[in-house]
Ligand binder design. Structure first.
Ligand code: ACO
Length: 326
């Protein structure tokens, strides 16, 4: 199998900022509650005419430029999202057209907030086997259009954004060393958008019942998240032949600072080695890991030769981790 690495990264956040104080005017909450319970201070929100593909396209173009790879060289686009532009076509196909990747196959992958790590793992296989040379992996979300802005349990948590990476062949011993993915469908009920699919189609009554918005049992997701981040990290590390002490930098899914702190305590990893940007961007679901990764690289927190661990969890329930020699 060929060694596979990340050749370039890019991310894009919408300009509009919604602070906790703005949300205080919408629901019965406070900046103090949101900051102490989640670590979130503000989030970026797309305007009403902006779709997931628009954010994904901007992030993808930046990643291509960073990797010095042209759109025509891309063989496959995998786009992780739980907020696609529409049910069909796949948002990946819309991005393929936007960027002019005319030689690329394209599909969406839905694994909640683990979607980017799942997509990275899937994309890697095509290059490792030699079937493809360049794969564009994107995580993009416009969650603000699926959030019930009258539900204080969820509306404080999410934001919009996109991140992307270009995968290609690298040197032996470098790049993506190991991956782990897992799922437990029994926990699907703890985090879902009930209406809009084949089970409960959109209708006047499903919309009146607000079933077209994100529903979440926060405390169940919290408990699962800490366990999942710990388990996924250890599984990926074991496969890579490394221990947690070898990790130079960790980029986790950005859902809640208390989840990150608890998971890092369980892993015995110094929080100084962990990238956190959720105070500014909140939970951008499948976009969170690639946005954080791009920022960490551009800020110089991740350096050439570093051993990096990506880890996430999400709706499904799903989880995933990847160990990368940068
Ligand atoms: N402002 C004020 N009070 C609130 C708010 C709010 N925004 N939201 C909830 N509350 C209240 C509730 O009504 C409840 O009140 P009650 O006890 O009178 O019923 C109380 O606060 C809940 O308190 P806790 O259970 O102590 O809250 P907790 O510490 O569990 O924090 C939170 C809640 C932040 C949602 C937490 O559980 C969490 O982060 N869970 C994980 C969420 C997550 O990561 N989701 C994304 C998964 S990834 C994906 O795939 C999309």
């Amino acid at each position: 199998l060929r060694p596979v690495g990340i050749l370039g990264t890019g991310s894009y956040l919408p300009e509009k900022i919604i602070t906790n104080h703005d949300i205080e005017k919408m629901v019965d909450t406070s900046d103090e509650w949101i900051v102490t319970r989640t670590g979130i201070k503000e989030r970026r929100i797309a305007d009403k005419d902006t779709a997931t593909s628009d954010l994904a396209t901007k992030a993808a173009l930046k990643a291509l430029e960073d990797a010095n790879v042209s759109a025509e060289e891309i063989d496959l686009i995998i786009l992780a999202t739980l907020t696609p532009d529409m049910l069909i076509p796949a948002t990946a196909c819309i991005v393929q057209n936007n960027i002019g990747a005319k030689n690329a196959a394209a599909f969406d992958l839905e694994a909640g907030c683990s979607g980017f790590i799942y997509s990275l793992t899937v994309g890697k296989q095509f290059i490792a086997t030699g079937m493809y040379k360049k794969v564009l992996v994107i995580g993009a979300e416009v969650l603000s259009k699926f959030v019930d802005w009258s539900d204080r349990n969820t509306c404080v948590l999410f934001g919009d954004g996109a991140g992307a990476v270009v995968l290609g062949e690298t040197k032996e011993g470098m790049g993506m060393l190991s991956e782990h993915m897992g799922a437990n469908g029994e926990g699907g009920k703890f985090l879902n958008i009930p209406a809009g699919g084949s089970k409960i189609p959109l209708s006047v009554s499903s919309i009146e019942e607000r079933l077209n918005y994100i529903k979440m049992d926060g405390s169940e997701v919290f408990k699962f998240a800490v366990r999942a981040m710990h388990k996924a990290s250890l599984e990926a590390l074991k496969l890579s032949g490394h221990d947690i002490e070898d990790i130079d930098y960790l980029v986790p899914h950005q859902a809640n600072t208390r989840i990150i702190n608890s998971a890092m305590k369980k892993l015995k990893l110094d929080i100084e080695k962990v990238y956190v940007n959720l105070d500014k961007v909140a939970n951008t679901s499948a976009a969170s890991v690639p946005i954080a990764l791009d920022e960490a690289i551009k800020q110089g927190a991740i350096k050439k030769g570093d051993l990096v661990l990506l880890v996430g969890f999400g709706a499904g329930l799903t989880w995933g981790a990847s160990v990368i020699r940068w």
